[in-house]
Design a protein. Structure first.
Length: 149
């Protein structure tokens, strides 16, 4: 008998996590960034088609791909989240905290950018808010995929 980590059902769960995370960037992360930009809280390009290296894919596709990667991690750990209303709080916290910390302290320095948005409060809050929206969106889309599977 296959272990849980190698079962077809678990592999399907991880794929659905990728799909949910990818789409959540398009339906939750980017619209929330748009709301913040429209409110004058941050200057940002929404659904940017500007190429980013090293593959020179549009920025929104790169963001969506990484949203999918985070979605795989989400799918792998969400069974540990509490149930009921606290599930959504955990999904929000997962999205707001984990990807944001990695963006601040790993990705930004790799790109030669200041850590944590240069410690500017509005830039820091933007990361927490848009990634929190991604977390909620991923949870919603992931739960929908589980209902149709």
């Amino acid at each position: 008998m296959a272990s849980r980590g190698h079962s077809p059902a678990y592999a399907r769960k991880l794929v659905m996590g990728f799909v949910a995370g990818f789409i959540a960037v398009l339906l939750f992360h980017q619209p929330m960034l748009s709301v913040l930009a429209q409110a004058g809280f941050v200057k940002a390009g929404i659904y940017s088609m500007a190429p980013v290296g090293p593959l020179h894919v549009p920025q929104v596709i790169s963001l969506s791909f990484w949203g999918g990667v985070w979605g795989v991690l989400f799918a792998a750990v969400e069974h540990r989240f509490p149930r009921g209303a606290l599930y959504w709080v955990a999904a929000l916290a997962f999205g707001a905290i984990l990807p944001t910390l990695v963006a601040w302290f790993v990705v930004a320095p790799m790109k030669g950018l200041p850590m944590a948005g240069g410690w500017q409060a509005n830039r820091m809050m933007t990361g927490l808010i848009i990634n929190g929206a991604w977390g909620l969106g991923t949870a919603l889309l992931f739960s929908l995929t589980r209902r149709i599977s």
